[in-house]
Write a new protein. Structure first.
Length: 254
């Protein structure tokens, strides 16, 4: 694989923490955008702020690939993505890789609409670009359950299934993308199984040794109707191999 100079935004997040070591292991030179000074050590740290644009020109300078993972959970993703694109345009047109979500076209959920708007910015950036859409990460299911840890029951939306994928498999695909020319929309990346949300919650509770009932509760609203319709699923792209049970066994091994 050709060695490339890669800038990662969101490199300390859930996916970024896995991706950065994998990029380094593949022989790439990796720079991670950070808002504060950090101790010098692999990877290289570049101080910059997507919210203000400060430091971005220096961060993107000399890079071949930018992998954009950073998110504000929708609050400011569009302007921050726009600032990153502006800085990249002023550089030597690096390959911009954006990680997005399966099923965001026409979705009611505000965060999905924001991700779609960011995709449009990337597509019309004038830069070489690649967009990879994935299904939800395994960690999302555990987070949905863990946030309810003080309740006597765990509640999941009735009629909603998920197709979670492991972040290591997403990261592995991004390492491959980083070593190749821009490919625009690449095939979606889906987890190996489509499973009912309540079943996943029961598996999680068993894995952590917690005994409590799981209730499937009807939830109103168009966003949940979209989920019940399965817009966030990609059963024809079930290319992941690590199941939710595999993930639980690895994380909560006793």
């Amino acid at each position: 694989m050709t060695t490339t100079r890669v800038l990662v935004t969101g490199g300390t997040g859930r996916l970024g923490r896995v991706l950065v070591p994998m990029l380094l292991g593949a022989g790439h030179r990796v720079r991670v955008l950070t808002r504060r000074e950090r101790e010098p050590a692999p990877p290289e740290w570049a101080v910059g702020d997507l919210r203000t644009g400060a430091g971005l020109p220096g961060a993107v300078a000399g890079t071949d690939v930018i992998i954009h993972l950073a998110t504000t959970n929708g609050r400011a993703d569009v302007p921050t993505t726009g600032r990153l694109i502006e800085a990249a345009r002023a550089a030597v047109a690096p390959h911009l890789v954006y990680v997005s979500i399966v099923g965001i076209d026409g979705a009611a959920l505000g965060y999905y609409r924001t991700k779609l708007a960011c995709e449009h910015l990337v597509e019309h950036s004038g830069l070489p670009w690649t967009i990879l859409r994935t299904t939800q990460f395994h960690d999302l299911i555990t987070a949905m359950c863990d946030v309810q840890r003080m309740l006597p029951v765990t509640v999941m939306p009735a009629g909603v299934a998920f197709q979670p994928i492991d972040v290591t498999e997403v990261a592995d695909q991004l390492v491959t993308i980083a070593g190749r020319p821009a490919a625009h929309r690449v095939p979606d990346l889906g987890g190996p199984e489509v499973r009912d949300g309540a079943e996943l919650a029961r598996d999680y509770l068993r894995a952590i040794g917690r005994r409590r009932p799981v209730w499937s509760v009807p939830v109103p609203g168009k966003a949940v109707r979209d989920y019940r319709a399965g817009i966030h699923l990609a059963p024809d792209r079930a290319v992941g191999r690590i199941t939710f049970d595999d993930f639980l066994a690895r994380r909560y091994a006793r």
